[in-house]
Design a protein around this ligand. Structure first.
Ligand SMILES: *Cc1c(COP(=O)(O)O)cnc(C)c1O
Length: 443
């Protein structure tokens, strides 16, 4: 176990007004040519990033609590990732695994088989994005079962392609005006402990979902049940204890493929290698992306060999899936996660966040603090109620941006601020950002 190595000073250092003149100039050029549908929550044009900081075009060093949406868990320029990428890209950029295979793809699939939950024989298919992984998991489950219907949790986010828009709950901005959506998708009530009208156990929440699915769809029609073990975009919702194991048992009983989407919470983010481990569940299929690629585009479906192998040869894949440079980056990232013991660092980040933020919960507009590891969120409410307050979340995020701290919002109501730093962020830098958060949130 060794400590992270940084090449950029790990400090918040503001040298211009924010955003600075160079970022403003780029924003003006962007307005003319970049689609308005593509959003950026921060105004900084990045030129370098490392550990917990990001340096912008004007030379400002800002604290990054977003890590490119949970992607750069090892940091955005970790030495092993950079070295592996440089070495790989100089040898060959692409060959397409579908025409001429190479070792890196096999190496990544071996790591996935070894690290993901479940001691059974596993196989993987590599693709380019999280949405593509979810699409492939559904394809595989339908093929393996010969059934069409897909059960998916409320408050889910699974991507922006046509099928994954249908699987996603939040209409604005992800779905509005982009339909029609894929058929045979059924959203079941999931577990959102903070918003239960009265406290219920995880088993009861799961029974509510099961009863809904049995009455409205029928267990024998379902190819798969899909859920994030910690819901990401939906607001870092940790389901009540016992919820996931009860759903898993029901899926097993009825031959429904149990799919967990660990695209955001997987690969050390939650304080364990996979968030499923907290619940003692072993999904039949697991989707991974984000941190898996160490910053390069890479995603995977991994699962029981007999389920994955049901799909006919040539039925899965794509031109770029498992690109050799992305595979090299991934192997560097996974080595780094082990060497720097990133699960332990994620747990230390959780402890630091709880120490600073927990005292605010129940005071003013801070309604809830939840999550696991370096995946924690605060939900803002109108004081004295549980009514979501997205305006407050937006205001806190923009106050932080003005001070050089990138913090992202999330939540089905947009009422949460999420803490999602690189797992390599130095403790002092995280504390500095948290103090600014407490100041912005606490009134
Ligand atoms: C980000 C995310 C996706 C979509 O991944 P993309 O790479 O953006 O397509 C799917 N599921 C979850 C849980 C995510 O967080």
């Amino acid at each position: 176990m060794s400590d992270p190595i940084y090449h950029l000073p790990q400090e918040r250092r503001l040298v211009t007004e924010l955003p600075g003149p160079k970022s403003k100039e780029l924003a003006a050029r962007r307005d003319a040519v970049v689609a308005k549908g593509v959003s950026s929550s921060s105004p900084f044009y990045v030129t370098e990033a490392d550990g917990g900081v990001l340096v912008d075009a004007d030379g400002n060093s800002v604290i990054d609590l977003g890590a490119g949406i949970a992607v750069t868990s090892v940091g955005a320029s970790a030495p092993k990732v950079v070295a592996n990428v440089q070495e790989a890209v100089a040898r060959f950029t692409h060959s397409s695994f579908a025409t001429t295979p190479y070792q890196g793809y096999v190496d990544v699939c071996e790591r996935l088989a070894e690290l993901t939950p479940g001691s059974f024989a596993k196989k993987s298919v590599l693709v380019n994005s999280g949405a593509e992984a979810v699409e492939n998991a559904v394809k595989i489950a339908r093929h393996a079962t010969g059934r069409a219907a897909v059960a998916v949790a409320e408050n889910a986010f699974h991507g922006r392609t046509n099928l994954t828009m249908a699987l996603t709950s939040k209409a604005m901005p992800y779905k509005a005006g982009f339909g029609p959506f894929a058929p045979e998708i059924y959203h079941f009530p999931s577990s959102y402990p903070f918003r239960e009208p009265a406290p219920i156990t995880g088993e009861q929440a799961a029974q509510r979902a099961i009863s809904y699915l049995e009455t409205t769809v029928g267990a024998d029609k379902l190819a798969c049940l899909l859920q994030e073990p910690i819901q990401g975009e939906g607001g870092f919702i940790v389901p009540a204890e016992g919820y996931l194991p009860t759903l898993q048992a029901w899926c097993r009983e009825h031959g429904i493929v149990f799919i967990l989407d660990e695209i955001q919470c997987g690969f050390c983010r939650s304080g364990k290698w996979f968030a499923s481990e907290y619940d003692g569940v072993e999904p039949d299929l697991i989707t991974t992306a984000k941190a898996l690629g160490g910053g390069l585009p890479l995603a995977a479906v991994t699962g029981r060999a007999e389920i994955v192998d049901s799909a006919q040869t040539g039925g899965l894949g794509g031109t770029y899936g498992g690109n050799p440079v992305s595979c090299a980056a991934s192997l560097g990232a996974i080595d780094t996660m082990k060497e720097w013991d990133l699960p332990a660092r994620a747990r230390a980040i959780e402890a630091a966040i709880r120490a600073k933020v927990q005292p605010l919960v129940g005071t003013g507009s801070v309604g809830d603090l939840r999550g696991r590891g370096a995946m924690m969120a605060v939900e803002f409410v109108n004081p004295g109620t549980k009514d979501p307050d997205p305006a407050k979340a937006g205001q806190v995020a923009s106050t932080l941006l003005e001070q050089g701290v990138i913090a992202l919002t999330c939540g089905i109501y947009g009422s949460c601020i999420r803490f999602l730093p690189a797992l390599t962020i130095p403790a002092g830098l995280l504390d500095e950002a948290l103090d600014l958060f407490v100041e912005a949130a606490g009134n």
